[in-house]
Each structure stands twice: as C-alpha cells, then as structure tokens.
Design a protein around this ligand. Structure first.
Ligand SMILES: NC(=O)c1ccc[n+]([C@@H]2O[C@H](COP(=O)([O-])OP(=O)(O)OC[C@H]3O[C@@H](n4cnc5c(N)ncnc54)[C@H](O)[C@@H]3O)[C@@H](O)[C@H]2O)c1
Length: 280
C-alpha cells in the first residue's frame, strides 16, 4: 500500500517532536538548509522505525522549495505538511529574519498548497512574539495576508527604515505567518485541505538557548519565570497541539493560530509581565 506523504521543513526540535508524534507509517520528506541537520534527524528517526528522506532545502529559495515539494509529490499524495524551519532574532540579521521567517514561510504555504491532497492538513510554526506586538492597521494586515509572495519583501512596513531591530523583524514575520495562514487556508480548502499555525511561547530548543544567551536573555528568563505556567515549554507540548490540528479531531479548524505559551502573552497584557509604559 502506498504511504501518505508528509513534508517537514526544519530539522529542529519542534519539527522532530511533531514528526515523531504524527509521522509513523507515513513517508516523510525532511528539508533543512543545513543538510547535516536533516540527515541527523532522518537517521535518528529511521533507527526508530520511521521512513524519512533528507532533502537539502532552503525555504527562502523558491527554487529549492519547489525541488522539495516536487520530490515529495512525485512519490505520492502529499497529505501532511509541517513547517518548523526558521531563525530567531538572536541568530540572524533583520534581512535574514524577513527572508526566512516571513518570505520563506509564504513561499512554502503557496507551493505546498498547489499539491496538497484532499483531506490533507498543514501546520506552520509562528510565535507568541507576533502576539506581543501592538495591532497593525487593517490595511497593513491585509497587505501581509494577500500581497503576492514575490512582492512581500517590498512592502513599506518591511523596509529597514521601519524596522527597529531583529526582534521587531521577527514579530512582523510571525504576524505575517498568521495572516498568510488565513489567506492560504481559503486556497487550500479548494483542494479539500486545512491549514493552521501554532504560536509557541518559550520552548527549550537550540533556538531558544541562543535567545537565553543573547541580548534578550534576561527578558526571556523573566518571561517564563513569571508566566502562569512558571516554566518554559517543551517541543512535545507543541506536538500535542499540532497533532490535534493535523488529525480528524481538528476537522473544523482551519485558518487558525493556536497560542501555546504557558500564558505568557496573557500575563504580558494583563499580569505581572506587563511592561511599564507603552507596549511596543
Ligand atoms: N524554541 C522556541 O522557543 C520557539 C518559540 C516560538 C517560535 N519558535 C519557532 O519554531 C520554529 C522552529 O524552531 P525550533 O525551536 O525547533 O528551532 P531549531 O533551531 O531547533 O530548528 C530550526 C531549524 O530550521 C533550520 N533552518 C534555518 N533556516 C532555514 C532555511 N532558510 N531553510 C530551511 N531550514 C532552515 C535550521 O537549520 C534548524 O535545523 C521557528 O520558526 C521558530 O521561530 C520557536
């Protein structure tokens, strides 16, 4: 019997947790810019009974994304999609954060949306960071949602003069992910498929460790200490949300972003994490 295909991008800890949770019995194509990361995860998973092929993939390159998607689609029906590829504000400059987290995600949602099979489902990982930024105007939200992918990075709000720092770029990227999921889920529905996002809070992974050791380290440590959960989360807790969204139990959920942050955002607005002065 032919296996359902699952495309996974980003061979990081969140992708790995989701792939382990829902990927058994499926054929997984795992793309990462750092091919060694994809090979390592593919090897760990293969040794534990999964069927994984590593593919060198840079999500910020449409050409590279097309190779991954075509490789998967040539094999069979692409039924599942998980995007956990990305860079954090302490890992990369503004241009890279926008090119990978904002533009790269938009490219993926569009390209996978061209082949996703009937009954299929996808999840992309955004971030609580997008929820801490103040509201954008309705027009800015509409532009982030609907601007053709190749024109996204030319939007005025994404120009260097309008971006304070890498954290601001990351917040805009993650806000864009959520708007893009709303926009693309309508196109995915025309193929009988669903698309959602999960917005994690602080999850202990190499990416988060770079944040703990970066310029905002104290801010993040204070955040998880004072959020309602009182601790950072685990990749397995994000996999639990993704499992719901990718399964038939989530069949009425599409175009949605699930915040899974231990209550940090709630505390940021209405609790002890609220900053003095304006939220920005
Ligand atoms: N860990 C957290 O606290 C946290 C919180 C909120 C959101 N997120 C988001 O979750 C996602 C996954 O993060 P993680 O914590 O699992 O990180 P991770 O560092 O474990 O994995 C990220 C993976 O993405 C890959 N990658 C980077 N740029 C790429 C590109 N251009 N093309 C393809 N692959 C690329 C990296 O090589 C790495 O293997 C990211 O989008 C991140 O912003 C993480």
């Amino acid at each position: 019997m032919k296996k359902d295909i699952m495309i996974v991008t980003g061979a990081g800890q969140i992708s790995l947790a989701i792939a382990r949770r829902v990927g058994f019995g499926k054929k997984i194509f795992l793309g990462d810019k750092r091919f060694a990361n994809a090979e390592t995860v593919a090897s760990i998973m293969t040794d534990t009974g999964f069927d994984v092929t590593a593919v060198e993939t840079d999500i910020s390159s449409p050409k590279s994304v097309k190779v991954l998607v075509e490789t998967a689609a040539d094999y069979g029906d692409v039924k599942y999609f998980v995007n956990g590829a990305g860079v954090s504000p302490s890992q990369a400059p503004v241009e890279t954060v926008l090119k990978v987290d904002l533009y790269g995600t938009a490219v993926l949602l569009e390209e996978v949306g061209k082949v996703i099979a009937e009954g299929g489902a996808g999840v992309t990982i955004s971030s609580q960071s997008g929820w801490r930024m103040p509201q954008l105007t309705a027009e800015e939200d509409r532009l982030l949602a609907t601007t053709p992918t190749e024109e996204l990075l030319a939007l005025d709000i994404l120009q260097p003069k309008n971006i304070r720092d890498t954290l601001h770029a990351y917040q805009l990227a993650k806000r864009c992910n959520e708007k893009r999921v709303m926009y693309e889920c309508v196109r995915w529905s025309e193929r009988g498929a669903r698309l959602n996002a999960v917005a994690p809070g602080i999850i202990v992974t190499p990416l988060a460790r770079d944040e703990f050791n970066g310029p905002r380290g104290d801010f993040y440590k204070n955040m998880f200490a004072k959020c309602p959960a009182g601790r950072p989360g685990t990749a397995d807790e994000i996999a639990s949300v993704a499992e719901l969204l990718l399964s038939d139990a989530g069949s009425f959920i599409t175009g949605s972003t699930f915040l899974a942050d231990g209550g940090a955002t709630a505390s940021y607005y209405y609790g002890p994490l609220r900053p003095k002065g304006d939220i920005k």
